[in-house]
Design a protein around this ligand. Structure first.
Ligand code: TTP
Ligand code: MG
Length: 387
């Protein structure tokens, strides 16, 4: 494989930085975005906080009551999703100017393959510097960028140099950089693996790299081989742009946790329609349906099934999603978030099932008509009964 130059970009304290940008009084102050702390009695969690607030130990996903205890004089804000989405779109529009090979990871984070594009700015760091500068000048926010020959090292590097950082790890410097780092910096080493590895006296990525492959395989199975590869800086995954979409998904967070069947099912219908429409926009059909459920208290579950044939029909996605969600609804679980995903687009160009009957063909026409209307009048123009 040819050597690649991959950049990972991640905005600094994104939601909080947007608030500080728009209100100079908040600059230099601890700012916490999240649920209402209600004087310490609030429920819910911290979305993010400014770096000034991090000095007090506040972190994303921490209960808001704890954040309040750590720093009662911080400015607590509930946030403004529309504003953050707009800033995100502006940032991504800037990235597009540098390379078409962009893999968005979240609202404030992306991988870029800059192998073919850095020559305009002489070096990879030159390109990254220019990206940071353009974002600063045009959007008024700071980003951190890590550069490396492989994805996971680029990501660790951007995290390492935060905030407002730029760090390039060249092929020659990879092990000097990687091996002293604690193992939990590796993708896939969660709290459980960390405990097991620590009990084996493995605390750094370098310690891990010294273990024989067989031993890791015995302890962790396939996952062990993955860790072995990462500790030796082997990560062949490329930057996956939109033209190689692997899945299409949508999710929704309820304003207040709910166990109400009707509310949950109508949300599922809404999500199924969204997923269906995007699949059809890209002319994709998938065979794997996955639903994601986050319960009150943040435990997250996924349930998946393989469909008899690839689909992009909202009805099929909806009915099967209701089946998958059944156990949560019947146990009256308080649900915070649900998501619907379709994946497994393989064999896209293999002959369609010979048994596609007229009903399916008719369905397809109905969907196309709905799309025309929605594209013309927007999402809210039409919904089938229920959503
Ligand atoms: P992150 O990039 O994880 O965090 P951040 O940009 O606030 O700070 P950092 O400088 O460490 O990158 O997430 C981006 C945004 O996503 C963040 O500003 C708020 C939102 N978010 C949540 O709402 N909940 C969460 O648990 C996390 C991690 C992020
Ligand atoms: Mg960020």
């Amino acid at each position: 494989m040819n050597p690649r130059t991959i950049a990972h970009i991640d905005m600094d304290a994104f939601f909080a930085a947007v608030e500080q940008r728009d209100n100079p009084k908040l600059r230099g102050k601890p700012v916490v975005i999240g649920a209402d702390p209600k004087g310490g009695a609030g429920r819910g969690v911290v979305s993010t906080c400014s770096y000034e607030a991090r000095k007090f130990g506040i972190r994303s996903a921490m209960p808001i009551s704890q954040a309040y205890r750590l720093c009662p004089h911080a400015v607590f804000l509930s946030g403004n999703g529309a504003k953050y989405r707009k800033a995100s779109e502006e940032v991504f529009a800037i990235l597009e100017r540098f390379t078409p090979d962009i893999e968005p990871i979240s609202i404030d984070e992306a991988f870029l393959d800059i192998t073919g594009s850095y020559h305009f700015h002489k070096t990879p760091s030159g390109t990254a510097f220019r990206i940071k500068q353009d974002i600063k000048n045009e959007v008024g926010l700071t980003a951190s960028i890590g550069i490396a020959p492989m994805k996971f090292v680029a990501k660790i590097a951007s995290d390492y140099c935060k905030p407002d950082g730029l760090l390039e790890i060249t092929q020659e410097k990879i092990f000097d950089f990687l091996w002293p780092l604690p193992i939990e910096k590796l993708w896939g080493v969660g709290p459980k693996s960390k405990v097991i590895l620590n009990s084996m006296k493995i605390t750094t990525i370098g310690d891990l790299a010294k273990l024989p492959q067989d031993e890791l395989y015995e302890k962790f199975g396939e996952h062990g081989l993955h860790l072995y590869n990462l500790s030796h800086a082997v990560d062949p995954r490329g930057v996956e742009t939109d033209d190689e979409i692997k899945s299409v998904s949508h999710e929704h967070t309820f304003d207040t946790d709910t166990a109400d069947r009707e509310e949950i099912e109508s949300t599922l219908l809404y999500l199924s329609e969204k997923v269906s429409r995007r699949l059809r926009k890209y002319e994709l059909k998938g065979r794997t349906l996955t639903i994601k459920v986050r319960l009150k208290g943040f435990k997250t579950y996924t349930r998946a099934l393989t469909l008899p044939e690839r689909t992009n029909f909202a009805d099929t996605i909806y009915k099967k999603s209701v089946d998958l969600l059944g156990e949560f609804i019947s146990q009256k679980k308080q649900i915070r978030l649900i998501g619907v995903r379709i994946a497994n687009f393989e064999d896209q160009y293999v002959q369609e099932s010979l048994f596609r009957d007229q009903v399916a063909a008719k369905n397809e026409n109905v969907h196309k008509a709905l799309d025309l209307i929605k594209n013309k009048f927007g999402d809210r123009a039409i919904h089938r009964g229920g959503s």
